[in-house]
Design a protein around this ligand. Structure first.
Ligand SMILES: [Zn+2]
Length: 153
C-alpha cells in the first residue's frame, strides 16, 4: 500500500470532498489512517475509482454504501468491514487527481499488503494543481433527484 502523502492532489481532493459531503474523520490527518491500495483498471475515461484501506477496521455503524451524485461526477463510497474503503468516482472525465493516480500507480504496480511507514513530508502542490482543485470545487454541487411525475393515477 502507499501513503497518500505521495499523491498530494488526491489527498487534497479527498479532504475537500469529505468536507463537501460532510464525512468527518476523527483524525484530521487522513493520510495517517487511509492508504492507497489500488485503482480501478477499467478503461472508462469517466472512471477515477481508487481503492483505499484503513489501518484499522471500520466500526460496524459506519459500514455501508454512500452515494453522492454531483454536477461533476457520481461518487459511490463503500465502507467495508475489513478496512477497505472503495472510493468509486464515475461519470466525469476531469477528476483533478486522475492523472496523478494513474501515473503513480503505473510505477508502483505491485500491491503490497503491508502498510507503509508514516511519512512526515507531503509533496507540495504546485500552483497549477491548486488551481485545478480550486476549479473543481468552486462550483461543485449536489444534484438533486428529479421528481418523477407519473401524472394522475
Ligand atoms: Zn473503472
Amino acid at each position: 500500500m502507499h501513503s497518500l502523502n505521495d499523491t498530494p492532489i488526491f489527498l487534497e481532493f479527498l479532504k475537500r470532498f469529505f468536507k463537501f459531503v460532510k464525512i468527518e474523520f476523527r483524525n484530521r490527518y487522513i493520510q495517517n489512517k487511509l492508504f492507497i491500495y489500488s485503482k480501478c483498471n477499467c478503461k472508462d475515461k469517466g472512471c477515477a475509482t481508487v481503492y483505499l484501506k484503513s489501518r484499522t477496521p471500520w466500526k460496524e455503524s459506519v459500514q455501508g454504501i454512500y452515494i453522492f451524485d454531483t454536477n461533476k461526477g457520481m461518487f459511490i463510497i463503500h465502507v467495508e468491514e475489513n478496512g477497505f474503503l472503495e472510493f468509486e468516482a464515475l461519470l466525469y472525465e476531469q477528476y483533478p487527481y486522475k492523472k496523478e493516480i494513474d501515473t503513480f500507480l503505473k510505477y508502483e504496480k505491485a500491491i503490497h499488503d503491508s502498510f507503509p511507514r508514516q511519512k512526515k513530508s507531503i509533496k507540495s502542490l504546485t500552483k497549477k494543481n491548486k488551481q485545478m482543485l480550486h476549479k473543481y470545487f468552486r462550483n461543485l454541487e449536489h444534484k438533486h433527484m428529479n421528481t418523477i411525475d407519473l401524472g394522475e393515477v
